[in-house]
Design a protein around this ligand. Sequence first.
Ligand SMILES: NC(=O)C1=CN([C@@H]2O[C@H](COP(=O)(O)OP(=O)(O)OC[C@H]3O[C@@H](n4cnc5c(N)ncnc54)[C@H](O)[C@@H]3O)[C@@H](O)[C@H]2O)C=CC1
Ligand SMILES: O=C([O-])CC(=O)C(=O)O
Length: 365
Amino acid sequence: MIISAFTKFRTSKPTQIPGLCFRTFNTSPQNNFHVAVLGASGGIGQPLGMLLKVNRLISKLTLYDLQHTMGVAADLSHIETPAKVKGFVGKDKLCEAIECANIVVIPAGLPRKPGMTRDDLFNKNASVVRDLVACVADTAPKALIGIITNPINAVIPIACEVLKKKCKLDPRRVFGITTLDIVRANTFVASLSGVSPLEVNVPVIGGHSPETIIPVFSRATPGVKVSEDKVKTLTKRIKEAGTEVVKAKAGTGSATLSMAYAAARFTNSLLRGLAGEKNVVESSYVQSDVVCDISYFATPLVLGKNGIEKNLGVGKLNKFEEDLVRKALPVLKKNIATGCKSESRYWFRHTFNGLRCRKIYKFPS
Ligand SMILES: NC(=O)C1=CN([C@@H]2O[C@H](COP(=O)(O)OP(=O)(O)OC[C@H]3O[C@@H](n4cnc5c(N)ncnc54)[C@H](O)[C@@H]3O)[C@@H](O)[C@H]2O)C=CC1
Ligand SMILES: O=C([O-])CC(=O)C(=O)O
C-alpha cells in the first residue's frame, strides 16, 4: 500500500525525486533535513511519523506530543531507514524537539465528532497552535511551518499573527495543509473517469471548509471530461468528504490515514523545494494577495529553498467555479477575522496582565 502511495513521486523522475525508501537510499549531503512533528502521538501524527521515517530526504525526525511520544519514537526507530528518530514528551521538551528543524509539521489538537463543524474546534485548537508556533518562532525561526490543525481557515491567521508579533513572520514559510482536498478530488475524479489516480491532478483552491473548498475541474489534468451534473455532485462530495469520514468513524475521530498520506505528500514537496529541485508545485492555504480583499487563500504554489517561490494564483475559472469563489469569500473573511481578532485579544490580555503584575507606581501625596 505504501509503495503505491508514493508511486506518484517516484514515477515522474525516479532517480531524482525522493519518495519512499526501503533500503535503497542514497545519502547525499542534501538529504540532511530535520523534520519535527508536533502532535506526533495522535491519529494523524503516528502514521505521518511512519511515512516521514521512510522519506529519504529526512535525516532527523523529532516527535513531540503531550503524551505517549516515547513509545511511538521507539517503535519507529526500528525501521531500517536512515532518519534518526527522537521522541519528546511534555511542554518543557517542546523547544528541544523543534530546535534547528527545517520543517515543523503540526497535527496537534482536537479532531471533530459527528455533528460538529471544523469551526467548533476553534476555541480549543487556537491556543494549541498559538503556543506551538510561538515556540517555533523562538527556536527555529527559519523553519517552514505546515499546519494541519483545524479550523485551518482561522488558525493559519493566528500562526501568522504570532510570528508577526515576534517579528519573525516570513509569509513564504507558513502553510495550511489543504492537500487532502486535492488527494480526494484526484481519487474521486479518477474513479469516475477510469484514469489512474496517479495521473490525475485537480486543483483545489480557497480554504478548508464546505463553503470554501473549491475544486477547479475546468483545469484538471489530463483533460477529464465530466458532465455538468457530475461536476456538481463531485464538488459537493469533495466539500463534504471530511464529514463523510467523521460520520463513518462514528465518534472516534476524523480522517487520519488519508490525512497522514496528504501531509507526507505535502512535506515531501517542501523537502524537494528545500533540496533545490525546480518546479515543485503544491497547493496550500497561505497568506497572499492573489484575491482582492482577502489576505489568506489556497492556491497552487511553486516551492523552493525559502518556501514559497511563486504564488501561481487562482488562474482561469469558469462561471460555476467563479460563483463558488464568490460564495466562499464572505465565509473566509469571517474565519480570517476570527483568527486575527482572537490573537489580538490574547496579546492585549497577556500584555495587560503583565503590566498589572508589575508594582504600580503611586505618586507621593
Ligand atoms: N487539514 C486537514 O485537512 C485535516 C485536519 N485535521 C485536524 O488535525 C487535528 C488532529 O487530528 P487527529 O490526529 O485525528 O487528532 P488526535 O486527537 O488523534 O491527535 C491529536 C494529538 O495532538 C496532541 N496534542 C494536543 N494538544 C497538544 C499540544 N498543545 N502540544 C502537542 N500535542 C498536543 C494530543 O495529545 C494528540 O496526540 C485535528 O484538529 C483535526 O481536525 C484532520 C484531518 C484533516
Ligand atoms: O473533517 C474534519 O474534521 C477533518 C478534515 O479537515 C478533513 O477530513 O478534511
